[in-house]
Ligand binder design. Structure first.
Ligand code: NOJ
Ligand code: CA
Length: 711
């Protein structure tokens, strides 16, 4: 017995001898690091409650010894960091970056190689990364696999989409971790080119909730020159492990020291709002790379877009089966009569934008080549500078300028990425010459010519290359189908939007689950803004295209709420002007809502069920509230105690009517005006698939208050 105790004690001392502990600034988040038989192991606890159980770290290399075991600790350093910085645009005008850092310098005796593990412990979570300093025995290397583990303390509820190297355009599944395997097949949308990596791999940002009410989120930050990480679950032991995106040869990342991996992040809290309000992802990115960022401005826009997505109009000018760049003289072809990006029609959008105070009009399908854009013959590629004969760039630019509106450029690369890079300078110069200052780019289809995946290192580098080059031309970028964001917009704030998730377009391709927008802020939006393209007022898609029976799974009131709940400095009013003209009273909210904020509060939140945000407009006294609901009827109860107690405001509440329902009566909304102050409270019923939006505008004079009820 004595012997056993002695052995246990020896094992205990051996395994914990090097244990390093580091707490967050408020002492509540605690990291423990140690080497277990030469293998790096970390764990994380919040208030003593396990968030990450002991989890191993390491990398497998190709044609070289692995960086997984045989380590000893050469040195450890702890530091503290505290700064407050101002984002160019954002959910709040200042952001505090406050953490304690542990740097563990590891030495692998057998190879004489050095690897550093850097941990940053924040009050709301942890970031860590691998660093490879310059050294003689580790110069170039190829990562075969990263084995970062995230051991869960139980069978949590997860809000997940399948791991996939090429797309994130999935609906979410809510299930226990143990149920992922059985549900994987059902998580796929038919005909949507989705290819799950495995039966238990999921994408980040992965949101979870424990049975005892803790919220945990796993993601990454500052993804640069490396491939995107997925998480594979060992569902016997509830341990996630990183799965990187391979390149065309199956390699995960090509490295040259000195270099590092992206940060792996764990955000955790007792309230769902702790996850929504966390700034860990941004804080783990480098400060703004631009000395002068005056040219970067939030954009509210309309676009020649939804009419093509619904199938009412076309991107292409002709019905030719395919064309070849430079070989088709479009002026000699027969127009198909449904090409939306024509000068006359674009002017109508410009008029609408100008009348309602929008900054820009996106025009898709303006350039030659759309007959073949989906890569039917892949030997055709766009050149990004040649308009169709019915799209007069100069005339439209002059017209837009006269109305104080910008045109927004569109570059669909159709996945032909080298072709895009070859044309990039001319394409951006064309934009500058024609006064475009923002571009929506897109990467639909397989990546050619190299057969890379959308989320591999080569593509990750491409997206950043296109973004930085856009910076040289003072151009803002909104990239669709690009790798999911990881906070790079802190460094390059001209990345004003990304898609990288299932957006509103899918409402015209069969529909999104009504709880979709109650999950995205906990997942996709943690890395940066999404061009979700809200504002659909006609849920019956067949009104635009009799051959399309899709139904938009929302009420109109909820569409308004999305401008507040789906944070983005780039917001589209996606529906058609003719439809908005029928509901100008509700449209008023889209006109009024801010897109840049001083302050953000989470009033109510539960992933998969509902989210209510209140945000104060940047440099203004006005507030906006948005509430998005899942498929259940729910009552929201909020207090206006966030308002300035000395001020009276006029609140306009855009709510679901009593009988509203996303399926049967989506257009039923009610608009009410009240006088409110910081003591006001609201109890508001939200329809199934519904929500509400409120504009809270500081009252300028007493007269306007007289006729209004108090809330
Ligand atoms: C997919 C994008 O998400 C969508 O917004 C765009 O209209 C099409 N690609 C065409 O580029
Ligand atoms: Ca898309």
């Amino acid at each position: 017995m004595k012997q056993i105790i002695l052995i246990l004690l020896a094992v205990f001392l051996f395994t914990t001898a090097f244990a390093e502990e580091l707490s967050s600034p408020n002492g509540k988040m605690k990291l423990t690091f140690n080497l277990e038989n030469g293998v790096p192991v970390y764990q994380l606890a919040l208030d003593g409650h396990p968030i990450i159980k002991p989890s191993k770290l390491g990398l497998e290399l190709k044609d070289a010894d692995d960086l997984m075991t045989g380590f000893s600790i050469e040195n450890t350093l702890t530091t503290t960091f505290d700064e407050t910085w101002k984002p160019v645009w954002g959910e709040s005008s200042t952001i505090r970056n406050h953490y304690n850092e542990l740097e563990v310098i590891l030495k692998q005796a057998s190879t004489q190689r050095e690897m550093i593990l850097r941990f940053r412990v924040f009050d709301d979570g942890l970031g860590f990364r691998y660093e490879f300093p310059e050294q003689n025995n580790l110069i170039y290397f190829v990562v075969k696999a990263e084995h970062s583990q995230f051991a869960m303390a139980g069978d949590h509820t997860a809000y997940w989409i399948p791991g996939d190297y090429d797309t994130q355009e999935y609906d979410y599944t809510t299930s226990k971790l143990s149920e992922i395997r059985a549900l994987m097949e059902r998580a796929i949308t038919p005909n949507a080119s989705q290819t799950p990596i495995s039966e238990t791999a999921v994408q980040t940002a992965l949101m979870m909730k424990t049975d005892d009410g803790y919220y945990i989120n796993l993601h990454e930050a500052a993804l640069k020159d490396y491939s995107c990480m997925h998480l594979e679950l060992d569902d016997k032991n509830m341990i996630f492990e990183s799965v990187l995106t391979p390149d065309a040869l199956g390699n995960m990342a090509y490295m040259q020291a000195p270099c590092s991996t992206p940060w792996r992040t764990i955000i955790a809290g007792k309230n769902a709002g702790d996850i929504l309000l966390s700034n860990i992802t941004l804080n783990l990115n480098e400060p703004c790379a631009y000395e002068n960022a005056d040219w970067i401005k939030p954009v509210k826009y309309v676009g020649v877009w939804w009419e093509m997505i619904t199938g009412k109009s076309t991107w292409s000018y002709t019905n030719l089966p395919s064309v070849k760049l430079g070989e088709t003289d479009y002026s000699k072809t027969t127009p198909n009569g449904t090409h939306a990006a024509n000068t006359k029609h674009v002017k109508e959008y410009i008029d609408f934008a100008a009348k309602h105070g929008f900054d820009a009009v996106l025009v898709e399908g303006w350039n030659e080549g759309w007959e073949d854009w989906f890569g039917k013959s892949k030997d055709y590629v766009f050149d990004f500078v040649t308009p169709y004969p019915d799209f007069d760039v100069d005339e439209l630019q002059a017209y837009a300028k006269s109305k104080n509106v910008k045109l927004m450029m569109h570059h669909e690369t159709s996945g032909s990425v080298r072709n895009y890079e070859r044309h990039l300078d001319t394409a951006y110069q064309f934009m500058v010459d024609h006064s475009y200052n923002s571009v929506k780019s897109g990467y639909v289809g397989d990546i050619i010519p190299r057969g890379e995946y959308h989320y591999g290192q080569w593509m990750v580098n491409h997206y950043l290359y296109a973004l930085k080059k856009a910076g040289d031309y003072k151009i803002m970028v909104n990239a669709h189908e690009a790798v999911r964001p990881t906070g790079l917009c802190r460094t390059y704030p001209n990345l004003i939007g990304n898609e990288s998730a299932r957006g509103t377009e899918y409402e015209a391709f069969g529909g999104n689950h009504p709880d979709h927008t109650t999950i995205l802020p906990f997942t996709r939006l943690l890395g940066g803004p999404m061009d979700y393209t809200p504002g659909i007022f006609e849920p019956d898609v067949s009104q635009y295209n009799p051959n399309n029976n899709s139904h938009v799974n929302t009420t109109i009131a909820r569409q308004l709420a999305l401008y507040v709940t789906m944070y983005s400095p780039l917001q589209m009013a996606a529906d058609l002007p003719e439809t908005y003209n029928k509901h100008l009273d509700a449209f008023q909210f889209i006109e009024d809502v801010a897109i840049d904020w001083d302050k953000t509060l989470v009033l109510e939140a539960e992933p998969g069920d509902y989210i209510t945000y209140a945000r104060k407009a940047k440099n203004s006294d006005n507030w906006f509230v948005g509430r998005t609901n899942d498929e259940e009827k729910r009552t929201s109860e909020i207090s206006f105690d966030f308002l300035d107690p000395d001020v009276k405001y006029i609140a306009t509440v855009y709510a679901d009517a009593k009988d509203a329902n996303y399926l049967t009566n989506p257009k039923a909304y009610e608009i009410s005006k009240y006088v409110v102050n910081s003591k006001s409270k609201l109890k508001q019923v939200c329809a199934p698939g519904g929500g509400y939006a409120i504009s809270i505008i500081k009252a300028e004079n007493k007269d306007e208050l007289k006729s209004l009820k108090k809330l």
